[in-house]
Design a binder for this molecule. Structure first.
Ligand code: R5P
Length: 253
């Protein structure tokens, strides 16, 4: 029997193409809010003894997670044999430490929640910084895919004399890999975060790279302030206007 693939409305186009690649049948379900803001959900496909994937990119995770849990639990109650989550962007990975006393370690709590309601997880370039593997917080089988080969292929085929720049130490894992595959030099900048929208980026001298094409690479763009600060410095250093490449465009604001 073909697997079933359900997707959240925000992942529709990816859901449709993924269903084709997986030769999966699209799962039918209804999901809306009651007037009081609670979730109504109804599964319309027969999921008895079926393998089921749910696709949901988890930007804005708070509003998506509860419906996802209701869906997964309903599918299992209706007989699905395995329910996995495909989440191209995995939420809450950045809160991987108590930066201030009393803060929630939400990466861990979120991982426990997802692990409790799903049988497996597939994601793309999660923000692994203080954790080295998802297995440190997720207790379900998981597979991490990487988009970096797509970035290096694009750079190699489109950009002459690229200089890759990572805005902070966390970005080095992605930038170093892309640089190696694209056979390009790279420089990592230093970032100090003072608040959700306040970041400071400092640069080493880039005088040797005046005729290079700067390419800023980060795993995600949330408010955009990290890239904006880096771009300001590149302008001051009179480098060419940079190209920005990112894996997860959240565009929070
Ligand atoms: C942080 O460690 C990430 O790699 C990104 O640099 C960061 O989350 C981007 O956030 P924003 O766009 O809000 O500066």
């Amino acid at each position: 029997m073909k697997p079933l693939l359900f997707y959240l409305a925000s992942s529709q186009s990816l859901g449709e193409s993924l269903a084709q690649h997986l030769e999966a049948e699209l799962g039918l379900w209804e999901h809306r809010l009651f007037p009081d803001g609670e979730t109504y959900l109804r599964v319309k496909s027969n999921c008895e003894a079926r393998t089921v994937f749910i696709l949901a990119s988890l930007d804005h995770p708070n509003e998506k997670t509860l419906p996802l849990i209701f869906l997964s639990e309903t599918l299992k109650e209706l007989g699905a044999s395995w329910v996995g989550l495909i989440s191209p962007y995995l939420a809450y990975m950045r809160q991987d430490k108590r930066f201030h006393p009393g803060e929630a370690l939400s990466s861990k709590t979120f991982a426990q929640l997802i692990s409790r309601y799903f049988d497996g997880l597939v994601t793309v370039d999660p923000h692994l910084h203080r954790y080295h593997s998802l297995d440190e917080i997720y207790t379900i089988p998981n597979q991490v895919l990487s988009a970096t080969p797509l970035l290096s292929d694009w750079i190699e085929s489109k950009v002459e004399k690229p200089l890759l720049l990572g805005p902070d130490s966390e970005s080095e894992q992605w930038v170093a890999q892309v640089a190696k595959d694209a056979k390009a030099p790279y420089v990592i900048l230093e970032k100090t975060r003072h608040g959700d929208r306040e970041v400071e980026v400092t640069f080493p001298s880039l005088a040797a790279y005046q005729d290079y094409q700067p390419i800023l690479i980060d795993d995600m763009i949330s408010t955009g302030h990290t890239l904006i600060e880096a771009i300001k410095h590149l302008k001051q250093a009179h480098l060419k206007a940079p190209i920005c490449l990112s894996i997860h465009g959240l565009f929070a604001e």
